[in-house]
Design a protein around this ligand. Structure first.
Ligand SMILES: [Zn+2]
Length: 282
């Protein structure tokens, strides 16, 4: 699932491509993706693109917004005047765009077009009044943003309250918004903390180190425009390449990057692949 760096990479491109475009018409091929009356979004100009945790929010000048969750395989693809020489669509766009997994097509003015593809079909688009976005259930329940709003004090408070494993806590969107499996693994390796450690047993020093490690891991993901080992693509149709720069994620059996002599192990924790070095992360 796209996490904060992937969704932020999408947001940055959408902001560049979409702001000022007017939505001329919307074609909905799958009512599971967009169940409401799409006419509320038509004949309005796009004025901003925001991100809340792993969700996007496209705000229009008519008082409505489209809140979008990509879930496992949601993808936005833009074609139009703001992208003069579009790169070829990566093969992670299963079926192409438009194609059999294109569920919503936004026809924009000036010959622009925005496709929403989703082959697993868990993604959703909800139409919400812009003034109500922060009260929209999914967004209301989100924890603070790790790169904007989560203070070390708040982080310490969240961690001290539970005996759950620290990795599962980091991935709980109601506690902290935006961290998923990839960046939880990377941050815990950087902080030399075993993913199974009960959160409340971390020392003050470990909490401080982890706070910093989360920032480092997320910023590195942003620098490489996200990880595309699965279905993530940017709206220009290209992939990110953080997957080539991970320290432990997806690297089971490889030598520990700290050169401790150990190898990266993979275990399952909360049914998610968990990668760590048992030498460095005791
Ligand atoms: Zn190691």
């Amino acid at each position: 699932m796209p996490e904060l760096p992937e969704v932020e990479s999408i947001r940055l491109q959408l902001e560049h491509f979409l702001i000022g475009h007017k939505i001329i018409s919307i074609k909905v091929n799958n009512r599971k993706t967009l169940a409401q009356d799409e006419d509320k979004l038509v004949n309005a100009k796009i004025k901003s693109v925001r991100r809340f945790g792993k969700a996007l929010c496209i705000d229009l000048d008519n008082g409505y917004s489209a809140v979008v969750h990509l879930k496992m395989t949601g993808q936005f693809i833009y074609r139009g005047p703001r992208l003069k020489n579009p790169p070829p669509l990566d093969k992670k766009l299963v079926g192409g765009a438009p194609g059999k997994h294109t569920h919503v097509i936004f026809e924009l003015d000036k010959k622009g077009i925005l496709y929403f593809n989703d082959y697993r079909r868990f993604g959703w688009i909800k139409i919400v009044k812009t003034a109500q976005v922060k009260n929209f259930d999914f967004i209301k329940k989100l924890g603070p943003e790790p790169l904007d709003g989560l203070t070390p004090e708040k982080f310490s408070e969240i961690i001290g309250k539970t005996s759950r494993s620290i990795k599962l806590l980091l991935m709980d969107q109601t506690k902290i918004g935006g961290i998923g499996n990839i960046y939880a693994n990377e941050a815990l390796f950087l902080a030399k903390i075993n993913p199974k450690t009960p959160a409340e047993s971390l020392s003050h020093k470990e909490i401080k180190t982890l706070y910093k490690a989360i920032e480092i891991a997320l910023k590195k993901g942003l620098k490489f425009k996200g990880a595309s080992e699965q279905s993530f693509v940017n709206p220009d149709g290209t992939t990110g390449n953080f997957q080539d720069h991970t320290l432990v994620y997806g690297r089971q059996g490889e030598v520990c990057p700290n050169n401790c002599g150990g190898k990266i192990k993979k275990i399952m924790l909360g049914s998610r692949g968990t990668f760590f070095c048992s030498n460095c992360q005791k």
